[in-house]
Design a protein around this ligand. Structure first.
Ligand SMILES: O=P(O)(O)OC[C@H]1O[C@](O)(COP(=O)(O)O)[C@@H](O)[C@@H]1O
Ligand SMILES: [Mg+2]
Ligand SMILES: [Mg+2]
Length: 302
């Protein structure tokens, strides 16, 4: 529950809520990872986006829901897997924060045992809100190593999360994560025949310049771009002009992180962080990475 004496709008208070949120996320990460082997099957339900939910999605959502609604200063919990927000006590925007999560990003990779993630956005306005209302964002990457990237107004850092004597340790391995200046890799989602012609033409140019890295989990693919430089896109498709990814749970937090690391993020026209949502489950095309390729993309789609 929110501390009733909390100083409304005090930035120090935002810092401590953000810290507690990422403590809670780090504490659940080994548990989520350990639970995945038995949860590689469909749960038999569909989520608010009309997508089939895996057993692992549900488990991660429940665990993170319990952990995050218990954090002092979290007033609202919103998840890709839930139709509506959970009231966690406290007025969002008046000392309390809204936490939005994609509990398991790339969960179709469960069956094939490839990388997946968890995405977190901490907003100081009730959702739906724009990405300008984010005060912090981050993601966990369940790769061969469990890592967590966290961005706030001070910058971006990367940690390794490990189980440690019955507890969980967080070790910072990169304290000022910046996109490398020279882009090296690209990863574009969706079927090529479904891409609009302008995007296909842009992709043909990029293919000549960069190396393909596409794993089918946004977190894993964006992490490659943050590490090596480059561009990731889940573009507008001919029959799905809003693409696939969700603004509140996926595009906004990723845009916030990449922009804090020196990069750019657009929906093809404007900065992702300026996109005005109508609902919390809205989708948006996402083009993100080094400024050079993202600006070229905007020009190509113009
Ligand atoms: O299978 P596709 O069409 O390449 O889509 C992959 C994209 O869909 C996603 O898996 C959607 O996320 P969820 O798994 O959270 O629904 C992204 O991680 C990824 O970028
Ligand atoms: Mg996702
Ligand atoms: Mg998901």
């Amino acid at each position: 529950m929110t501390d009733p004496d909390a100083d409304v709008g005090d930035p120090a208070d935002a810092d401590s809520v953000v810290e507690a949120v990422f403590d809670a996320v780090a504490a659940t990460a080994p548990e989520i990872r350990a639970a995945l082997p038995g949860r590689r099957v469909e749960s038999g339900t569909e989520n608010a986006s009309g997508e089939s939910v895996m057993a692992g999605d549900l488990y991660a959502d429940e665990l993170l829901g319990d952990a995050l609604t218990a954090v002092d200063g979290v007033g609202s919990f919103v998840s890709e897997e839930r139709e509506t927000a959970v009231d966690a006590g406290g007025a969002v925007g008046e000392g309390a924060y809204a936490v939005a999560i994609d509990p398991l990003d790339g969960s179709s990779n469960l069956r094939s045992n490839n990388a997946m993630g968890t995405v977190i956005g901490v907003y100081d306005a009730p959702l739906p809100a724009t990405g300008r209302d984010l005060v912090a964002a981050g993601y966990v990457l369940y790769g061969p190593i469990t890592t967590m990237v966290v961005a706030d107004e001070d910058g971006v850092h990367e940690e390794v999360i490990e189980e440690d004597d019955g507890g969980v340790s967080r070790s910072v391995v990169e304290d000022d994560l910046r996109l490398p200046e020279d882009p090296l890799v690209y990863g574009f989602g969706g079927r090529v025949p479904d891409w609009p012609d302008e995007f296909t033409a842009y992709a043909r140019e990029i293919e000549d310049e960069l190396k393909l890295r596409y794993g089918g989990a946004m977190v894993g693919d964006v992490n490659q771009v943050l590490t090596y430089g480059g561009v990731f896109a889940y573009p507008a498709l001919v029959d799905a002009p809003d693409g696939k990814l969700r603004l509140s749970f996926e595009a906004n937090p990723i845009a916030y992180i990449v922009e804090r690391a020196g990069g750019a993020a657009t929906d093809g026209e404007i900065d992702i962080l300026d996109v005005e949502p109508e609902g919390v489950h809205d989708r948006v095309p996402l083009y993100v990475g080094n400024e050079g390729p993202v600006e070229r993309l905007k020009a190509a789609l113009d």
